[in-house]
Design a protein. Structure first.
Length: 143
């Protein structure tokens, strides 16, 4: 084997090793990410026993306003409401409500602070507690 062929073979082995190492991801990291997303989605979502989707949207708007949010956008067709709270900090919350089955509405909220998703459960708990009281219904966690 010539020196040139040995050099090409060495470069090929190094390139193949880099490709294999670059494509490798640990299953543990993937599962941890999925678990944290599921945990966050559980914090962000509730099911309400009602089939009145429009009422849930109206009460959502009122609840956000009661909590100090200024409504930026509301779209009945999409079932979404977005509001911003500016009391020493800027917190943006987007809430979607959609029918689920014949007798339930799923409400999912997404809070952001400085364009980062809020993972602390407290703002979500405050919102859902106030929304439950306003709807006079018990909220059920969605998993």
């Amino acid at each position: 084997m010539t020196r040139r062929m040995q050099c090409f073979m060495f470069i090929g082995i190094v390139a193949l090793s880099l490709i294999l190492l670059g494509c490798a991801s640990t299953q543990k990291d993937i599962l941890a990410t999925r678990e944290s997303q599921l945990k966050l989605r559980t914090i962000q979502s509730r099911a309400f026993d009602t089939n009145d989707h429009q009422r849930v949207l109206r009460v959502t708007i009122a609840t956000l306003q009661d909590l100090g949010f200024v409504i930026d956008k509301a779209n009945e067709t999409l079932g979404t409401v977005s509001g911003t709270k500016r009391s020493g900090y800027t917190l943006r919350m987007t809430v979607s409500a959609r029918p689920w089955g014949d007798n339930q509405v799923i409400v999912r909220s997404n809070a952001q602070y400085n364009l980062q998703t809020v993972e602390d459960p407290e703002p979500y708990q405050q919102f859902f507690f106030a929304l439950s009281k306003a709807l006079f219904l018990d909220a059920q966690q969605v998993e």
